[in-house]
Design a protein around this ligand. Structure first.
Ligand code: ADP
Length: 394
């Protein structure tokens, strides 16, 4: 199947799209419709000649935005649509061709991702209207982590919370961890061995991957667990909620907002959630920015060290995401905190590997676990899984 796949990532007021050919080198048509429902809604993206465009779409809904996206595909009609779906619960261990039962299962799982799954479902409904004859495939952020063993996915809570309410660790960023670990196993002489992956963007998570299967990951029931992120706290004492409620009278909604939107790099620095700005301010001596950088890197190192328990052997570590791909400072600091792992970072290679470059960062003649930067390609992975799912039907 050589014709392109349209990848859709639908939020409550946005649609990110990419038209992806089966040849990974072929240029992609991609863009973003945002502020949908508002009178300042717009569609922006790039044409195949690389020119940027911005098109106002006042008061457009998801269906109208998709019709505008269709006009921007330059006559290259997709053969299938792949949807990024945030939460597949325990229903989905791989991508699934969308039918009524799949939609019902995504609806059932919405309680676990109340902000994301309903928006993803709205995207599916709108896409079905605009492309009624195309096969549509759901690709889940959680599916890659369905190989976690119970010791990694169960919380130490009363059993009925799991058996009746499905409260367990699920993990997210699955398409990214799957893509970079697969790519490392193709590029490295170690193959599909034991890899630690660090996806560091606005959301951040780590994962331990053995033989192309996720063994453990830092995010849990929700994407709040684990590392320090742009505005999310990551791990806190589970007693914090009760403390804030009893001592400060905060409601659950207030606590949720603080932990998700006002914490992380932003909360620690008192400045920003943007790592570029944190690094600049830390260099010029800003105490909050310095602390934010220290806590951020320490928590990544601590998480990677913990996840190494899930691997029978460690072949290497992979950095990805906006920070992982572009910040030599963060990579250097994290690896410095893990001297007992035997990594040997080449300073020059580390400094030179930014802006979407793929590469191994080891010093010459090094024999310990490898260090890689692999730019993530979640959309490419979604297109590939969509293709496989549709091909399996024919
Ligand atoms: P998202 O999770 O929203 O996809 P990205 O993967 O694009 O986010 O990552 C965004 C983060 O990457 C931001 O904190 C941004 O500051 C950081 N980033 C981007 N470029 C650099 C850079 N050159 N140096 C340090 N951090 C960077």
């Amino acid at each position: 199947m050589n014709a392109p796949v349209l990848v859709i990532n639908c939020g409550s007021s946005s649609i990110k799209y990419a038209l992806i050919d089966s040849d990974p080198q072929a240029p992609r048509l991609a863009g973003l419709a945002e502020r949908l429902g508002g009178n300042d809604a717009l569609l922006k993206g790039k044409n195949s000649d690389g020119e940027s465009f911005t098109q106002p779409l006042p008061n457009a809904d998801h269906t109208q935005a998709l019709n505008a996206i269709l006009e921007r595909l330059e006559g290259r009609l997709p053969v299938a649509v792949g949807h990024r779906i945030v939460h597949g619960g325990e229903h989905f261990t791989q991508a699934a061709l969308i039918d009524d039962s799949v939609i019902e299962a995504i609806e059932t799982t919405a309680a676990l991702a109340p902000l994301h799954n309903p928006a993803n479902l709205a995207g599916i409904a709108a896409t079905q209207k605009v492309f009624p004859t195309l096969p549509q495939v759901a690709v889940f952020d959680t599916a890659f982590h369905q190989t976690l063993p119970p010791q990694a996915y169960r919380y130490a809570l009363p059993e009925t919370l799991y058996t009746e309410h499905r409260i367990r660790r699920y993990g997210f960023h699955g398409t990214s961890h799957a893509y970079v670990s697969q790519r490392a196993s193709e590029l490295s002489s170690c193959g599909a061995g034991g890899w630690l992956t660090a996806h560091l963007g606005n959301g951040c998570s780590t994962s331990a991957v053995w033989n192309n299967q996720s063994q453990d990951t830092s995010m849990g029931l929700t994407p709040l667990e684990g590392l320090v992120m742009g505005t999310r706290s990551g791990d806190v004492d589970p007693g914090l909620h009760a403390h804030l409620h009893r001592q400060l009278g905060w409601s659950l909604d207030q606590i949720d907002t603080v932990l998700n939107k006002e914490s992380g790099l932003l909360g620690l620095s008192g400045l920003t959630n943007d790592m570029r700005e944190i690094e600049t301010q830390a260099l010029s001596g800003h105490a909050g920015a310095k602390l934010a950088l220290e806590v951020f890197c320490y928590r990544i190192a601590k998480s990677l060290a913990a996840l190494s328990c899930a691997l029978p052997q460690l072949d290497g570590i992979i950095f990805t995401g906006g920070i992982g791909e572009n910040s030599p400072t963060v990579r250097h600091r994290v690896l410095n905190l893990l001297p007992h792992f035997g990594f040997a970072l080449d300073g020059e290679a580390n400094e030179a590997t930014t802006r979407g470059k793929e590469g191994k960062l080891d010093s010459a003649n090094h024999t310990g676990p490898e260090v890689w930067v692999i730019p993530t390609d979640e959309e490419g992975r979604i297109a590939m899984e969509t293709r496989h799912c549709v091909e399996a039907l024919t």
